[in-house]
Design a protein around this ligand. Structure first.
Ligand code: PLP
Length: 455
């Protein structure tokens, strides 16, 4: 399908290298141009409206066109459009946001550092862990353990943490000192007759063995998403997080919780850490922190971690880390207003209230001939097709069926995202019951049509 000469689509193809896009396919097919958004819907340049079933990229929890967020940005821009937090300076919204975040954070956080994206937050977390262990006189304790199929971002260090092959392939990643332990996906990974609890025990044993193989004195931290998002919406098996934390404690390994998707109500609690009884040493947040209206992310850390870091800044003379936009006042003002709205609407309770509609709705398709597993918690879910229901064999080539499903959903007015063949759902949390039903119905239609297409 060629694009009209000089059309916006043709100009996009001519000049723009898209993230997470097959460039040659894009040249042939052109972009989907999204022109506007309102509530949970977006509209393309032909006037077709879609429910945004993935909240953009798992991020705009308050949907589009929220007047309060627009006003918060405008007012702050007029007052102080930019300032920074280097060398003891700070704009007021950043003070307020820090107090608020520390008060609401999971576990027992003492300080917050700001960045612009989830990737930067996770990069910062790694750097602070290294800095911390140097401060404690343990220069050999530096390795970071992540998991296969984890998603922690795309900068050099965070992409190394990410456990997906295409984030490493031909980028010469991962960097040194990053290890990946097993992915806790029960449905895919369990052995015959293995219970969920036994599987969790085995996953924790794998982690322990990796730490022992590497040498506990070389392992600094473990990073994990409470629910794995972009790796396929993988909810942890029962008892997994308790067992993992026991291992980490035993070997004095810090736990970094990546709440970039789970944070702010997605799992039905304010944080995924609450849902799974995780007591982290550091927490990273982004995305829904500002409902994605402006880029902002944060790394929070326990006071004990901060104290060692603080001592080191005194020794060196400064914390040699910080972004031009660490604590951007406009982003901070928008984040603060976002958190106020979350409080007022009791966002986690709202997600819990909506969750059965989404989760039970989708589980109706568990018997569909195309479906291997339906999974999720709160307002995040996934449907994974398989080529053979009995053996759970995936389709070959991977991703073709997922792309078909995604396309069918879009044709029926719902934008979702296929992660390989797995279809992910993560709508804005301001969605209404009927709109959840629409997403579920459309996925049903797309499954039927895709089943006809593969047969
Ligand atoms: N961590 C998680 C759990 C994510 O899902 C993402 C993005 O999807 C990131 C980190 C990276 O965030 P960003 O794309 O803002 O760099």
């Amino acid at each position: 399908m060629g694009q009209r000469p000089n059309s916006p689509a043709a100009r996009d193809v001519a000049y723009h290298l898209h993230p997470y896009t097959n460039a040659r396919k894009h040249e042939a097919e052109g972009p989907l141009i999204i022109e506007s958004g309102d509530g949970v819907t977006v509209t393309d340049d032909s006037g077709k409206r879609y429910i945004e079933g993935l909240a953009g990229l798992w991020c705009t929890s308050l949907g589009f066109g929220n007047e309060r967020l627009i006003r918060a940005a405008e007012q702050q821009m007029r007052r102080l459009a930019y300032y920074h937090s280097f060398a003891h300076k700070v704009p007021p919204p950043v003070i307020e946001l820090s107090e608020k975040l520390i008060a609401m954070a999971p576990g027992n956080m003492g300080k917050v550092f700001y960045a612009n994206s989830g990737s930067e937050a996770n990069d910062t977390a790694i750097k602070l862990v290294w800095y911390y262990n140097n401060a404690l006189g343990r220069p050999g304790k530096k390795k970071i353990i992540s998991r296969q199929r984890a998603y922690h971002g795309v900068t050099i260090a965070s992409a190394s943490l990410t456990g997906l092959p295409y984030n490493h392939a031909d980028f010469d990643l991962p960097i040194e000192g990053i290890r990946h332990t097993s992915c806790p996906h029960y449905w895919r990974g369990a052995q015959d007759g293995e219970s969920e609890e036994d599987f969790a025990t085995r996953m924790a044993a794998d982690l322990e063995q990796l730490i022992l193989d590497e040498g506990p004195e070389t392992v600094a931290a473990f990073i994990g998403e409470p629910v794995m998002g972009a790796g396929g919406v993988i909810t942890p098996p029962r008892t997994y997080w308790r067992k993992v934390q026991e291992v980490l404690k035993k070997y004095d390994v810090l736990l970094i919780a990546d709440e970039v998707i789970c944070g702010f109500g997605r799992t039905g609690d304010m944080f995924g850490c609450e849902t799974y009884g995780i007591e982290p040493d550091m927490v990273t947040v982004a995305k829904a922190l500002s409902s994605a209206y402006l880029p902002i992310s944060a790394v929070m850390m326990r006071d004990e971690v901060y104290q060692a870091i603080a001592d080191n800044t005194k020794k060196i003379g400064t914390l040699g880390h910080g972004f031009t936009y660490s604590g951007h006042p406009v982003s901070a003002a928008v984040a603060l207003e976002t958190l106020k709205i979350y409080d007022e609407m009791d966002i986690a309770a709202r997600a819990s209230e909506l969750a059965p509609r989404l989760q039970n709705g989708l589980r109706r398709y568990a018997d569909h001939p195309l479906v291997g597993e339906v999974r999720g918690i709160g307002m995040i879910a996934a449907v994974e097709p398989v080529a053979n229901k009995a053996t759970r064999a995936p389709f070959d080539p991977a991703g073709k069926v997922g792309a078909q499903l995604d396309q069918r959903c879009r044709a029926h007015g719902v934008i979702l995202r296929n992660l390989g063949d797995t279809l992910a759902v993560c709508p804005p949390l301001v969605i209404e019951e009927e709109q959840v039903d629409t997403i579920v119905e459309v996925i049903g239609k797309a499954l039927d049509e895709t089943w006809e297409w593969v047969r």
